[in-house]
Design a protein around this ligand. Structure first.
Ligand code: HEM
Length: 306
């Protein structure tokens, strides 16, 4: 029996193709240098070392969702963000999110079934909409993410998108009190899209980012959306009611493109389960499946060519 993590990455490979040296998903991206600075209020909510207020070095990788590194930037696609913050005492912590407000499915097994339903027919290249419709009818929890994905406008800039952590985490304060929350990254420049008919090159997002950052840093605010008592915390498809309290916990200042990692054999992996002391994982089955799937993708993308 093939391991679940291998099957998850196989499903991505069969949807996007196999591209040696590239991530199985979010293959095309831009790595940036950044500074992560917690707000004074963050330390009240959470004892994590990177939330105590000192400015810290960070890397931010913006990406397109596709596992095909040659897919044009204008394609209708979810976008990703990954932030690695270098902790004061050594070590790192990662957050990894999407422009979608929720995820497609509740479990890795459902993800395999969903990917099978939406995989284009190899002979025609077409998606069988009947299969997709049958999956959605049986899984109404998938509808909000699908709707968000197919209606997402083309971004003007990676730095003018809002990103969502989707999973809840448990944030523990210095006095031991704890709250579940989901994080969101909100651009200071505001969200902005461009029209479908606008003529853009295949790599316009990278070029725009280089041009934007040449003018000065782009800032995104990290906010926590605090769960109320009955909000599901281990279901990445669950939509929480509007109006939950939001607390701004950090300012992420993206300062320029970065060329100091992912070179000379350095492997950069962003893993949402790499949390710092004071931040805890829930039982969310999707969150729990990600680390091993990312490890499989890393093993494949770093394997010597055969
Ligand atoms: C079981 C569900 C999921 C699977 C199987 C999966 C699979 C993958 C894989 C294989 C990679 C490439 C890893 C690497 O080579 O470093 C990846 C990257 C990524 N995933 Fe997922 N993913 C899942 C869920 C999610 C969710 C829920 C989110 C957002 C909350 C997300 C956001 C991202 C982002 C932003 C990247 C790019 C990270 C980077 O820049 O290195 N994924 N995913």
């Amino acid at each position: 029996m093939v391991d679940l993590s291998d099957r998850l990455v196989d499903a991505l490979n069969s949807m996007y193709g196999t591209h040696p040296g590239h991530r199985a998903a979010h293959a095309k991206g831009v790595l940036c240098a950044a500074t992560f600075t917690a707000t004074p209020g963050a330390a009240v909510l959470c004892r994590a070392p990177h939330l105590q207020g000192a400015p810290l070095r960070a890397h931010v990788r913006f990406s397109n969702g596709s596992g095909d590194p040659t897919a044009p930037d204008g394609a209708r696609d979810a976008r990703g963000v990954a932030i690695k913050t270098y902790l004061p005492g050594g070590g790192t912590t990662d957050i990894v999110g999407l422009t979608l407000p929720t995820f497609f499915v509740r479990t890795p097994e459902d993800l395999l079934a969903f990917n099978a339903a939406r995989r284009p027919d190899p002979s025609t290249g077409e998606i069988d909409m009947e299969k997709v419709g049958a999956f959605l009818a049986a899984h109404p929890e998938t509808v909000p993410a699908v709707t968000a994905a197919i209606t997402a406008p083309r971004p003007e800039s990676y730095t003018r998108l809002a990103y969502h952590g989707i999973h809840a985490f448990r944030f523990v304060a210095a006095d031991g009190s704890a709250r579940h929350a989901r994080w969101h990254l909100v651009p200071d420049d505001g969200e902005s899209a461009i029209g479908d008919d606008e003529d853009v090159g295949p790599d316009y997002l990278r070029q725009e980012l280089a041009d934007r950052l040449a003018k000065g840093p782009a800032v995104l605010d990290l906010e926590l959306e605090l769960a109320e008592a009955d909000d599901p915390v281990d279901d990445p498809t669950a939509v929480w009611p509007d109006g939950r309290t939001r607390a701004r916990i950090a300012r992420v200042e993206v300062t320029g493109l970065a060329f100091d990692r992912e070179r000379d054999g350095d492997v950069l992996v962003f893993d949402p389960t790499r949390v710092a002391d004071g931040i805890e994982l829930t039982a969310d089955p999707i969150l729990r499946a990600r680390s091993d799937a990312y490890r499989v993708s890393v093993a494949r993308r770093t394997a010597a060519p055969s």
